[in-house]
Ligand binder design. Structure first.
Ligand SMILES: N[C@@H](CCC(=O)N[C@@H](CS)C(=O)NCC(=O)O)C(=O)O
Length: 202
């Protein structure tokens, strides 16, 4: 096995990648690069990710940025049933990974900022409420996809569940009302409660 290095703080999107590495039982080196001139803005880190963002990884000769691309690579590269072995289900995993960063992540980031991370006096509760209303459409899509199912793709937990649930963790932190999306609520609790998810947050 090549030597895997994961760059970024676990409280950032790096959580997604740490969670994947834990699910796969990989040995890895965690380099907790933080946001700022000393971390993501340093010349050393910019040579790894010229975007100056976390997460990034190095795995042997491969250097990679973008959390979803990293997780799809790790799931494909290492055994552990995180990537289905048939092309149709693999495509479904990729579909959900693109879906979550396009349909949910921007709105959830706005919600997270205006309900949890911005200082109180910089929060806009009306913007947060309006954003939550807009999120009802993609959340209904996710809820429908989970009717009668334990996992998004196939019969077991996969990179689709991990990638979507890791973004949905922001919804939980933003106190989104899940009463209209009971399947999402149950699925999310189950995913985020996995030992590997807890280990990634340490
Ligand atoms: N699309 C990228 C986004 C990465 C990203 O924006 N990461 C944030 C931390 S969660 C960051 O590094 N921000 C630094 C900055 O904006 O200067 C991914 O999913 O990896």
């Amino acid at each position: 096995m090549s030597h895997l290095k994961i760059f970024g703080m676990s409280k950032s999107r790096t959580f997604r990648v740490l969670w994947m590495a834990e699910e796969l039982g990989l040995e890895y080196e965690h380099i907790p690069v933080d946001i700022g001139d000393q971390g993501t803005g340093s010349a050393e880190f910019l040579s790894i990710n010229p975007n100056g963002r976390i997460p990034a990884i190095q795995d042997g000769e491969l250097t990679l940025f973008e959390s979803m691309a990293i997780n799809l690579y790790l799931a494909r590269q290492y055994p552990g049933r995180m990537m289905p072995d048939n092309p149709e289900d693999e495509a479904r995993v990729i579909q959900w990974s693109f879906w979550v960063v396009n349909e949910l992540e921007p709105g959830l980031l706005t919600l997270l900022r205006h309900r949890a991370t911005y200082p109180e006096d910089q929060r806009d509760p009306q913007l947060a409420d309006a954003t939550e209303k807009e999120l009802a459409r993609p959340l209904a899509v996710l809820d429908q996809a989970l009717v009668g199912k334990t996992y998004l793709v196939g019969e077991h937990f996969s990179a689709a569940d991990l990638n979507v649930a890791s973004v949905m963790a922001w919804a939980k932190a933003s106190k989104v009302d899940f009463s209209a999306f009971p399947h999402v609520a149950a699925w999310m609790e189950q995913c985020l409660g996995r030992p590997a998810s807890r280990a990634a947050r340490r």
